[in-house]
Each structure stands twice: as structure tokens, then as C-alpha cells.
Design a protein around this ligand. Structure first.
Ligand SMILES: *[C@@H]1O[C@H](CO)[C@@H](O)[C@H](O)[C@H]1NC(C)=O
Ligand SMILES: [Ca+2]
Ligand SMILES: [Ca+2]
Length: 319
């Protein structure tokens, strides 16, 4: 892709030097080509990079963003013999921290200086904190949060959503009840898409594949697309069984740090953060999910939130 851009730019340069009568025509063609190629290169960069981005419709942010918001997770691995020279090589620090060695060559995690974060390449890299302040990138956010560690302000500061801070409309009760309809349908479509793409990517394990296969092959399945709320509600009633697994599966995707049958604020973050700018009921929805208000969403609470009946909640569906 890059080669093309350079090549076309050369052509453009060439054309500039050509007689005026030729220039007009050539320049128009070349300009269009450059723009298109650049966009393609840019798009393919986006797809392969791990920066926060607006999820495409049907792409599960959990797949895209995995690990991006796990602010509370500190992974420390030690393999001393292999990396004896630079103890930092294999010493991972949580977001917002970097590894440094002290006088005795012991690696330790210290707060990253926000000025060492790479600048944002666009608005899509900005993130909005719970203080309603826009940060350039998630790197800037976590560096700032780290610098505030131990303070009340730092304790309260979380990454709220992806994108610059904006006005988020109040979620009305009527809208809140619509949210799970769309979300359930979306979860089901995400799984079916993963299944379709999953030749040998192992996005799903064998057990999961078998379960999604049943949904995928079901002729009564509502195909992905824009549907009215009435149709979504009707489909949930009629094809209720198809929604049980997707709801469980998403819970399992999020319940990772640690795998304990409960979702913390941080664990839900990979799902919430990209969703909030698009769905203004996201926060209210997840708050309400925690029915007993203990700050954790248990599987039963989660399933109930999506309209799954108590007798269909099954821990075995998650593994
Ligand atoms: C957050 O900031 C945005 C943009 O600066 C503003 O439009 C919005 O009203 C603010 N929200 C709140 C809750 O203050
Ligand atoms: Ca957990
Ligand atoms: Ca709870």
C-alpha cells in the first residue's frame, strides 16, 4: 500500500513538470488515486493495530479491544535465567506504568510520564475519563491515573468511554427497556460472525463452535440487519433458545480478571467503553444489572438483565 502512494506521488510530481495542457487531466486522476490508497492503507493499519477504535457494526469490541482497559491488572512474569541481562524485558507492568531497574538491578513498575505517550493519530484515539475530561490517548489516561495513585481523585478516575468527551443524552426509561433487545441481537450476530470467519483462527473453542453452529444453521434465525424493536421483541419470544448461549458467552469473555463468576467495573470496561458513545443507555443498563448493588455483576444478575430465565442460567455454558 505504501509503495503505491510513493509511486503515485512520483507520477504527480512528474505531471507537474509536464506541459500545462497535460497537467490538468493527469493531476485529477492522480489525486483521486492517492486519496483512495491512503484510506485503504489507513484502514488496514486500523484493523491490525490495537488502539481503541470505533467498533464496526457486528464486531465485538471485546475481540477488538481485549486487554486495552484492564487497568487493575498487574501481570508479573519472571524467567530470570533467560533475561538476566535486562530484567525489564520480561517484567510486565499494568497500563500507565513502565518498567525501570533500581540500583540493585531489580525491575519495578513506575508511573509512565504522559509526555512519553505517542500522540493521537485522530479523534478515535481520544478517550473520555469519568471526570468528563478528554485524554489524547488511553496511554495518556492511564499515565495520568497512575500519577494520581493513592489520592481520592485517582481512585475515582476511570476510563469512561472511547472517543472525546461529549454530551450524552439522559437515558429515558422507555429507551432503557429497548437496550437489551438490540444488545441481545447484536451478541448473537457477533457470535455467528465469529463462527463464519473462524476457519482456523480458534476464536471459538470446539464446544462453543458446536453451540453456535446450532444457531447458525437454524433456518428461523433472524438475519443480521436493522430490525424494528417490535420484530426484535417478537424474535426473542419466538426464538428465545438462540439467545441463551450468546448472553452466557459474553459473560465468559468479560469474566477474566479473575475468572470468578463476577464482573467488576473494570472487567465490563472492554464492552462498555466503545458502546457508550453509540448507546446512551449503556451506563444505566449496567448499573441496573447489579440488582443487589454490591458493585459486582454475578452471572444470574447478568442473565436476568438480558431477559434469560433463571432456570436457563447455566455455568457450564461458559466454559
Ligand atoms: C462533558 O463534556 C462535554 C464536552 O466538553 C460536554 O458537552 C458535556 O455536557 C459534559 N458532560 C457533563 C455531564 O458535564
Ligand atoms: Ca471476575
Ligand atoms: Ca451484584
Amino acid at each position: 500500500m505504501r509503495v503505491w502512494i510513493v509511486f503515485l506521488l512520483c507520477l504527480a510530481g512528474h505531471a507537474m513538470a509536464a506541459p500545462v495542457s497535460d497537467t490538468v487531466c493527469v493531476c485529477v486522476c492522480v489525486c483521486v488515486c492517492v486519496c483512495v490508497s491512503f484510506e485503504l492503507a489507513y484502514a488496514s493499519d486500523l484493523l491490525t493495530s490495537d488502539v481503541p477504535q470505533e467498533p464496526e457494526v457486528g464486531v465485538n469490541p471485546v475481540q477488538v479491544e481485549i486487554g486495552e482497559f484492564d487497568e487493575a491488572i498487574e501481570i508479573v512474569e519472571e524467567e530470570e535465567d533467560v533475561f538476566a541481562e535486562n530484567p525489564c524485558l520480561n517484567h510486565h507492568c499494568k497500563k500507565g506504568k513502565v518498567c525501570e531497574v533500581d540500583e540493585s538491578n531489580t525491575p519495578m513498575c513506575v508511573c509512565q510520564d504522559a509526555s512519553t505517550c505517542a500522540a493521537a493519530e485522530g479523534d478515535f484515539e481520544h478517550v473520555c475519563g469519568t471526570d468528563n475530561k478528554t485524554f489524547d490517548t488511553s496511554c495518556h489516561f492511564f499515565a495520568t491515573k497512575c500519577a494520581l495513585e493513592g489520592t481520592k481523585k485517582g481512585h475515582k478516575l476511570h476510563l469512561d468511554y472511547i472517543g472525546p468527551c461529549k454530551h450524552i443524552e439522559t437515558c429515558l426509561d422507555s429507551e432503557l427497556s429497548e437496550f437489551p433487545l438490540r444488545m441481545r441481537d447484536w451478541l448473537k450476530n457477533v457470535l455467528v460472525t465469529l463462527y463464519e470467519r473462524d476457519e482456523d483462527n480458534n476464536l471459538l473453542n470446539e464446544k462453543q463452535k458446536l453451540r453456535v453452529k446450532k444457531i447458525f444453521e437454524n433456518e428461523k434465525r433472524l438475519q443480521a440487519g436493522e430490525h424494528s424493536l417490535d420484530l426484535l421483541a417478537h424474535d426473542f419470544e419466538k426464538n428465545y433458545n438462540m439467545y441463551i448461549f450468546p448472553v452466557h458467552w459474553q459473560f465468559g469473555q468479560l469474566d477474566q480478571h479473575p475468572v470468578d463468576g463476577y464482573l467488576t467495573h473494570t472487567e465490563i470496561s472492554p464492552l462498555r467503553a466503545p458502546l457508550i458513545p453509540m448507546e446512551h443507555c449503556t451506563n444505566r443498563f449496567f448499573e441496573r444489572c447489579d440488582a443487589d448493588n454490591d458493585k459486582y455483576i454475578a452471572l444470574e444478575e447478568w442473565a436476568n438483565c438480558f431477559g434469560i430465565k433463571e432456570q436457563d442460567v447455566d455455568n457450564d455454558l461458559i466454559v
